[in-house]
Design a protein around this ligand. Structure first.
Ligand code: FMN
Length: 334
């Protein structure tokens, strides 16, 4: 990834999303795109250091390239967590400076760090001193009543001076009081121009944009202004959107696998997961959004939300649900 950042090639990423972008989700997304950078859920530095490592950080080389997102505000701990992440094979370490939840604020990290760029810089510096893989930051354009012109400039200057290889900006403020995390992803208005301006001011730095991007058409437009584009909810809710990432963003001529092949691979993956003591629903809950808008999608969703949730459900449930899509009359499309 380092070259990609340093050369500022265009980059497409799927955003870090707690409870969503776990290894099963990333395995699904990787079926559709070889090149997109996939982020983990946020892992708190203490959990990375003291937690059950394989359960919290384990992943398969087939998911690569994967970036580990860390939460924290203590340079020593973040450096230790970054070292563990690097040793486990992650291609990048990213620091969360955007999450507004109460739990995160009480730990004094996430979005509230927008108010203390010097601390963020110290964290980046400590991680850069410790690992050879890229270290990046994901932030907002500001919090609460901050002036976004000043706040984002100060944060960007601080992290780039500390050696950050990239800055991903969720192009809206976080309001730390009074909004739930979900509302904080919807209510503060998006300001893409603010991020474009940051890029113009920092032509030699990698700046990526995130927030409210619904389609690859929109992603391509953003890439006229910034170096990277990151999709969260749109990619999760309609994962087959990722099928065109390699051709449209990376100009790859390699044809993506057919849906039949993806279904076969996900069944094999689910079989291995079940054989290891897991449940089918751990895998299928991320597949519910497939076939978005296609004929049979409703039956697909129904089966994956009911039968796949049985404790002993086998991977054949995926095939059964897929048969509903394959055999659905086209008139059903919605
Ligand atoms: C369920 C969920 C969990 C999220 N968890 C994280 C997280 O762990 N770290 C983070 O930086 N952002 C997190 N986010 C925010 C996303 O990374 C992203 O910034 C936000 O959803 C805006 O992008 P989008 O409009 O493309 O979804 C989360 C978003 C969702 C929907």
């Amino acid at each position: 990834m380092k070259d990609q950042y340093l050369n500022r090639e265009k980059l497409f990423a799927v955003a870090p999303m707690i409870d969503w972008t776990d290894r099963h989700c990333r395995t699904l997304h990787r079926q559709f795109t070889r090149h997109a950078l996939l982020y983990t859920e946020m892992v708190v530095a203490d959990a990375a250091i003291h937690g059950k490592r394989e359960r919290i950080l384990g992943f398969s080389p087939e998911e690569q390239p994967v970036a580990l997102q860390l939460g924290g505000s203590e340079p020593v701990k973040l450096a230790a967590a970054a070292r563990i992440g690097e040793a486990m094979g992650y291609k990048e370490i990213n620091l969360n400076v955007g999450c507004p939840s109460d739990r995160v604020q009480s730990g004094a990290f996430g979005a509230c760090l927008m108010q203390t760029p010097a601390i963020v810089a110290a964290c980046v510096d400590a991680m850069k001193q410790t690992v050879a893989i890229p270290v990046t930051v994901k932030c907002r354009i500001g919090v609460d009543d901050q002036d976004t012109q000043v706040a984002l400039d100060e944060l960007a200057d601080a992290v780039f001076r500390a050696g950050s290889d990239a800055l991903w900006v969720h192009a809206r403020k976080a309001w730390l009081k009074g909004l739930s995390p979900k509302e904080n992803r919807e209510i503060p208005p998006l300001d893409y121009d603010r991020v474009y301006r940051l890029k113009r001011q920092n032509p030699n730095q990698f700046i990526g944009i995130n927030g409210g991007i619904q389609s690859l058409d929109e992603a391509v437009q953003h890439l006229n202004h910034v170096d990277g584009v990151m999709l969260g909810r749109a990619a999760y809710q309609d994962p087959m959107l990722l099928m065109d990432v390699d051709s449209r963003i990376y100009a790859s001529a390699v044809t993506p696998p057919s849906i039949e092949t993806v279904i076969d691979r996900m069944c094999a993956y689910a079989d291995a997961h079940i054989a290891g003591g897991g449940r089918l629903s751990h895998v299928t809950r991320h597949m519910v959004g497939m076939f978005h808008g296609a004929a049979g999608a409703r039956r697909w969703r129904q089966i994956l939300s009911t039968e796949a949730n049985r404790t002993d459900a086998p991977s054949a449930v995926i095939r059964y649900a897929y048969d509903m899509v394959r055999n659905a009359p086209a008139a059903e499309a919605a």
